[in-house]
Ligand binder design. Structure first.
Ligand SMILES: Nc1ncnc2c1ncn2[C@@H]1O[C@H](COP(=O)(O)OP(=O)(O)OP(=O)(O)O)[C@@H](O)[C@H]1O
Ligand SMILES: [Mg+2]
Length: 140
């Protein structure tokens, strides 16, 4: 689904709740940046990493139980926003794992790469997690 909303562009796609789909999520956000002519305006690798981390979290913590996961991409001016919807009303919590702990760093990466992130409840239950990547500036 592609649409122009008030002041921005929006695309939304449902993905099966499978780890292999992370590759498609990456390709999808890269395609949005390409179609909207934004490859020079936003950090492509950072956007793709944020999208796949949020997708991995929705799979791991979002209680999909076989249900598809909605990924929405919004571009508005200086902000590129990724949203991943899931079925768990509880929100993500930033953690600082011990050095020997192999997990728990995904959100630290998201936090470092984004200007803002958070989550909002859905009327149908569950929530969506959003993360906003700022535009690159001239000379960066
Ligand atoms: N979509 C989500 N729904 C509910 N809880 C979440 C969600 N995403 C993250 N969390 C919570 O926030 C914590 C931190 O997330 P983070 O992505 O940093 O770590 P992780 O997913 O446990 O490990 P890693 O990202 O290294 O695989 C998680 O352990 C989980 O408790
Ligand atoms: Mg994670």
């Amino acid at each position: 689904m592609t649409g122009v909303e008030a002041g921005g562009f929006l695309r939304r796609v449902w993905f099966p709740p499978e780890p292999e789909q992370a590759r498609r999520v990456r390709a999808y956000v890269e395609d949005c940046l390409l179609r909207w002519g934004l490859l020079d305006r936003f950090p492509v690798e950072a956007v793709a990493l944020v999208a796949t981390e949020l997708f991995a979290n929705a799979l791991k913590h979002g209680k999909p139980d076989g249900r598809p996961l909605l990924v929405a991409i919004r571009w508005c001016g200086e902000t590129f926003r990724v949203e991943v919807h899931d079925y768990n009303p509880q929100g993500p919590v930033l953690t600082w794992p011990a050095d020997q702990d192999p997990e728990g760093r995904g959100l630290l990466l998201v936090d470092a790469l984004c200007a803002r992130w958070g989550h909002l409840p859905k009327r149908t239950g569950g929530k969506f997690v959003y993360a906003e990547i700022p535009a690159l500036h001239e000379g960066r």
